[in-house]
Design a protein around this ligand. Structure first.
Ligand SMILES: NC(=O)c1ccc[n+]([C@@H]2O[C@H](COP(=O)([O-])OP(=O)(O)OC[C@H]3O[C@@H](n4cnc5c(N)ncnc54)[C@H](O)[C@@H]3O)[C@@H](O)[C@H]2O)c1
Length: 490
């Protein structure tokens, strides 16, 4: 692969591509244009699929330890370049620099873990019913994969798809969000410089996602679509994939509950919820959306959460003291305001000091919203029905100390069409087991333990989608098991 300048270009068949048209990428904190990026048409997507299909036989046949070595080099480059790539990420997405650099380092970790998994994609032999036959199961890569990623984690969403797909021996055509293409381009440059053969990884930048999906859906050589994004787009892709019976992984929206039981370490719970909620200004699929706190500790918990929220410094993520950046655009701010207004009108109470939406009009570009905690929230409010995707923490309460009371709050937590993440705070180990079994979510964090390490199978159930990213389960999503029955001819 030849390395070229990374500024705003697509990467197809190992070469950096410009396009006749470009699109501007905007810094959400300042409204300034950060970059002009190639706006690729369907011809470039088709070329990228050709390149990925041509590269597939060589990549899947390459010994696993050699593929692993190239992936490890890419991971090392990503980690080495984390400060610069983090700055790019902050400039186009808005999150504070520390969070952005952390995301890049996590992306490198994910690639590294996948590199190790490359050597552990094993087949099987199965006992046969006859002495004259043998049964083998051969693990094979699904083939060419098309990846589509969102803007909220523009590096780690890319590496979480790339790592397992490449580890399984697949080749990839990836389309990053048009809001944050520069981070993906920076990841692509690490792969290019690490020595991936041309066409193994291709990046198509475009403002016309439908055209991209039309090309990849229509091409029978593309055997899998791996999508992370909104539920509406995911459902469309599920329908479109039926024609060619393509495999699909869909990581969609979430509506995460938090359960804080009376025996929890309340200060630790408030700190953990503040971290999970206000990270990335609440723009995470795993962001706590309904915080159910036992009434005996609700006052203490809510006061502490509000104190932590009020201590957050909102501003341009590139400034050293800023701990929460802007939202991605004005529409995102308007949605948070709508949820706040609805909740207040239905009887909720604002606990944080800053006026909700107060900075929205005044901040540069109108994209800022202060971290806001609401108490007295009830399940019927909009904030408990829709994904807010912003820095709004709604606190609800529950009572009782019986098993029935526990079952009731779990049932409330489960009352959502989504099923991605859930959080539990309790020191009662038997309760941990009971509640973990009863919660209908794909990933659970108990007492603040991390949700998305590279070795864990990350993904949802119900309306949050299907498929897993991370660990050997993630690689498994890109593997087909071929049954081979061998007659020995005796
Ligand atoms: N479950 C998870 O792991 C996870 C992780 C991050 C984000 N998300 C979800 O993503 C959403 C936010 O991301 P977003 O606003 O970027 O989502 P989005 O669905 O608008 O966009 C995601 C990607 O899909 C592309 N896209 C848009 N329309 C398309 C179409 N018709 N055909 C093909 N591709 C299309 C976009 O260009 C982008 O690359 C939230 O709902 C969030 O919960 C889920």
């Amino acid at each position: 692969m030849k390395t070229g300048t990374t500024t705003g270009k697509a990467l197809v068949g190992g070469r950096w591509h410009t396009a006749a048209e470009t699109f501007a990428v905007t810094n959400p904190a300042t409204g300034e244009t950060v970059a002009e990026v190639a706006d690729c048409g369907p011809d470039v997507t088709a070329e990228a699929v050709d390149a990925a299909a041509s590269a597939l036989p060589g990549w899947r046949a390459m010994p696993a330890h050699e593929r692993a070595a190239i992936m490890r080099r890419a991971a090392a480059l990503l980690a080495e370049r984390a400060p610069e790539i983090g700055a790019t990420l902050t400039a186009e997405q808005g999150k504070p620099l520390g969070e952005a650099v952390g995301e890049v380092v996590a992306g490198a970790d994910h690639l590294l873990w996948s590199a190790e998994e490359t050597r552990r994609v094993y087949g099987e032999t199965i006992p046969s019913t006859s002495a004259d036959t043998r049964i083998m199961v051969l693990p094979e890569p699904v083939g060419v994969v098309a990846g589509i990623t969102p803007w909220n984690f523009p590096v780690s969403m890319v590496t979480r798809k790339l790592g397992p797909a490449l580890a399984a021996g697949c080749t990839v055509v990836l389309k990053p969000s048009e809001l944050t293409p520069m981070s993906a381009i920076a990841v692509a440059a690490c792969l290019a410089d690490a020595g991936f053969p041309p066409g193994v990884f291709n990046l198509v930048t475009t403002t016309r996602p439908q055209e991209f999906s039309e090309v990849v859906m229509a091409d029978p050589r593309v055997r899998k679509i791996s999508f992370t994004g909104s539920t509406a787009v995911g459902k469309n892709l599920i329908r479109q994939s039926a024609d060619d019976v393509k495999r699909l992984s869909v990581e969609l929206g979430g509506h995460a509950p938090v359960l804080v039981f009376p025996d929890a370490d309340v200060a630790a719970a408030a700190a953990g919820v503040a971290r999970a909620k206000f990270m990335n200004a609440g723009q995470a699929c795993t962001s706590p959306n309904r915080i159910y706190v036992h009434e005996s500790v609700a006052e203490e918990f809510t006061a502490e959460l509000a104190r932590l929220a009020d201590a957050i410094v909102v501003g341009d993520g590139s400034a050293a003291d800023v701990t929460m950046g802007p939202l991605i655009n004005e529409r995102a701010v308007a949605k948070v305001r709508r949820h706040v207004e609805d909740a207040l009108a239905l009887g909720a109470r604002q606990v944080t000091a800053r006026e909700p939406g107060g900075e929205a009009g005044g901040g540069p570009g109108g994209r800022f919203h202060p971290p806001t905690v609401l108490a007295g929230v009830t399940d019927d409010m909009l904030v408990c029905q829709e994904e807010t995707f912003g820095p709004l923490a709604p606190v609800l309460t529950f009572g009782g100390d019986t098993r029935d009371a526990e079952d009731d709050v779990v049932a409330r937590a489960n009352t959502t069409p989504y099923g991605l993440a859930a959080y539990v705070w309790t020191r009662d180990l038997a309760r941990v087991v009971r509640v973990s079994e009863a919660l209908r979510f794909g990933i659970l964090s108990i007492n603040g333990a991390p949700l998305a390490p590279p070795q864990g199978p990350f993904g949802g159930v119900k309306g949050s989608g299907y498929g897993r990213e991370g660990g050997h389960h993630g690689v498994e999503d890109f593997v087909e098991h071929k049954y081979v029955s061998v007659g020995l001819g005796r």
